[in-house]
Write a protein that binds this ligand. Structure first.
Ligand code: AMP
Ligand code: ZN
Length: 464
């Protein structure tokens, strides 16, 4: 059997995955910063991580999936300047800057995030630690980093001296000299290197979330949160760390510097990064206001799982262009896929063990080849269109859908023969044979199915 192969950002190579503990994989994913709704670009990254987990489950692994909630410390700029994104959100919403209001805001957006995740059929991570509930762990880890000589103090707080950490540029293949010339964020004068960053932030008296620490009253930096919470739940060395591609150069680079600076040993074996969902010209961004939420998709009459389908049509390391037109196409394909599945339910046919096994192997080869989901989808389509018997097709759909997560078998059952008529009608419509299409619509009505043609494809429902 072909093992799982994944593209590791650390080595820039596709590698066969080797777990630290036989049959077990520990996965940490940087979770949402809960100052606003997550946009569908964020959700693309979380869907890719959900698929990753499902691929491991499909391969018989036991998985521990940890995803944090950032509810403090993520500043509006990577340069540790400006305010906390959550403080800014309080102002945006006209709320008083109190602990209570802050917690209410974080909870509201956390709940919205899980509501959207559920709509997209994502499995809930096994552990969902909140930053504000792990400040002591962050303080303890920071103390270790300090003891090892990686820090200095400025008026901003306790700063990590990146020049002291030998492998600082490794993950991002960074050229710090070029950055020093000014590409990276503006630096305050006390900072020794432009890439240095805050572990603990002090002197922000207006910030409502503050804790005591050896470096004064303040709050943790965003990067230390992920180091502390991942190690708490997965140990000082674990298998996989994921996030969006934007996290390579700063956030994940800093996480490695902190974690390995504290323990003195290799931290994470494999780093996976998902490419961005983009608009035709711009990137999807909360701060620019060019963002679409999962609930917007639903409000426009789409099935959120059609968005999941859209994500599966592109490899996670390729850019995916979002447009409402692409969304309509994805909805149509998703509808036809489900219709094919309904059709298979009524099919008899002769079973063909050899052919079934071939599809299973092709599917596994696809998902184990760095999660080639477009290939996996193509195998599913191929199986549904093949000569396999109905029950064999349904069996494959059930297995494959445990990875795809498209709820392909959840749909209510159509009356006998209906799926076939819908399929024929779609063919007729493609040929622009409207007479035939109308006749088939009448036939469907007789057996209790109403079909409706919408720009998002043909929809159907049972009458009674
Ligand atoms: P945030 O809540 O801003 O910390 O982002 C949550 C996740 O979404 C991170 O892993 C980001 O890297 C990722 N992300 C941000 N923008 C996009 C985008 N346009 N497409 C895909 N992933 C994104
Ligand atoms: Zn993180």
């Amino acid at each position: 059997m072909l093992g799982i192969h994944l593209y590791n950002t650390l080595t820039r190579k596709k590698e066969e995955f080797k777990p630290i503990n036989e049959g077990f994989v520990g996965i940490y994913c940087c979770g949402p910063t809960v100052y606003d709704y997550a946009h569908i670009g964020n959700m693309r990254t979380f869907i890719f991580e959900d698929i990753l987990r499902r691929v491991f489950l499909y391969n018989g692994y036991k998985v521990k999936h940890v995803m944090n909630i950032t509810d403090v410390g993520h500043l509006v700029s990577d340069a540790d300047e400006g305010e906390d994104k959550l403080m800014k959100a309080l102002r945006r919403e006209g709320k008083k800057p109190t602990v209570k209001a802050m917690m209410e805001l974080a909870e509201r957006y956390t709940n919205a995030f899980f509501d959207h995740s559920k709509k997209l059929n994502m499995m809930k991570p096994d552990v969902i630690p909140k930053a504000t509930e792990h400040v002591q762990d962050m303080v303890d880890l920071t103390k270790r980093i300090e003891e090892n000589g990686y820090t200095y103090k400025t008026s901003v707080g306790l700063i990590y001296n990146t020049a002291k950490f030998k492998n600082y540029t490794k993950l991002g293949r960074l050229k710090l000299k070029a950055q020093r010339a000014g590409a990276r964020a503006k630096v305050d004068e006390e900072r020794r290197n432009p890439s240095d960053f805050a572990l603990w932030i002090t002197n922000q008296p207006k910030h409502v979330m503050q804790w005591d620490s050896p470096w004064g009253r303040g709050f943790p930096g965003w990067h230390i949160e992920c180091s502390a919470m991942s190690m708490k739940y997965l140990g000082e060395q674990f298998d996989i760390h994921c996030g969006g591609i934007d996290h390579i150069a700063v956030h994940h680079t800093n996480e490695i510097a902190q974690s390995e600076g504290a323990t003195g040993k290799k931290w994470v074996n494999c780093w996976l990064h998902g490419e961005f969902l983009v608009l035709k010209k711009d990137k999807m961004s909360k701060s620019k206001g060019t963002f679409v939420k999962t609930s917007d998709i639903v409000e426009r009459g789409f099935d959120p799982l059609a968005y999941r389908y859209l994500c599966l049509t592109a490899h996670y390391r390729s850019k995916l262009v979002f447009s409402w037109e692409n969304m309509e196409k994805a909805q149509q394909s998703y509808n036809s896929l489900k219709n094919r599945v309904s059709l298979a339910r009524d099919e008899k046919g002769k079973s063909n063990e050899g052919l079934r096994k071939r599809f299973e192997k092709e599917f596994l080869d696809g998902i184990n080849n760095d999660m080639n989901m477009p290939r996996a989808l193509a195998v599913l389509w191929g199986a549904l269109k093949s000569e396999l018997s109905g029950p064999e097709k349904i069996e494959l759909v059930e297995r494959f859908d445990s990875v795809l997560g498209l709820n392909l078998l959840k749909e209510e059952k159509l009356p006998k023969g209906a799926a076939e008529l819908i399929e024929k009608r779609e063919d007729a419509r493609k040929r622009q044979d409207w007479d035939k299409a109308d006749k088939l619509r009448e036939k469907l009505k007789e057996i209790g199915v109403v079909v409706e043609d919408t720009p998002k494809g043909t929809k159907w429902k049972k009458t009674g």
